[in-house]
Design a protein around this ligand. Sequence first.
Ligand code: FEO
Length: 167
Amino acid sequence: MPEKAVLAGINEQIGKEFAAAYLYLAMAAYFERNNLPGFAHWMRMQHQEETGHALRLFDYLLDRGAPVELDEIPKPPAKFKSPLDVLERAFSHEEKVTASINHLYELAVKSKDYPTQIQLQWFIAEQVEEEKMFSELVARVRMAGDSGSALFFVDRELAGRATQEPG
Ligand code: FEO
């Protein structure tokens, strides 16, 4: 079983992944209400992906015979200024998640918890992908600026993001 600090960190990380899922669901609602169904779909898929991340750690703790302690999930914002505001906030959220995963990895190294290190290596690689994906999207929406037609074009493309099962 992971030692105390690592265990607490993984339980907290489960909460943070669910918090990301909840945040992206709030963002999906914003896009839906603002006539951007492709962005809304994309955020819903991201909601599922984050739920998958949370469940991955949840299952990992159970596999190690460790206790799961679910945390409270903070209320996400209900209002956003613009599509760019949403995506900038999402990107900044991902940077926080990356920092949290890296910190957790340091704890696992300190406690010589090799299975947790291997588990977290998957998350470290995943965060590289997630940050890249969000930063590219921020750049594209920034480039679209006030052009409704450019945003519409991005929206149509995002509508094609594949549906996936959590996990
Ligand atoms: Fe699970 Fe997007 O971090």
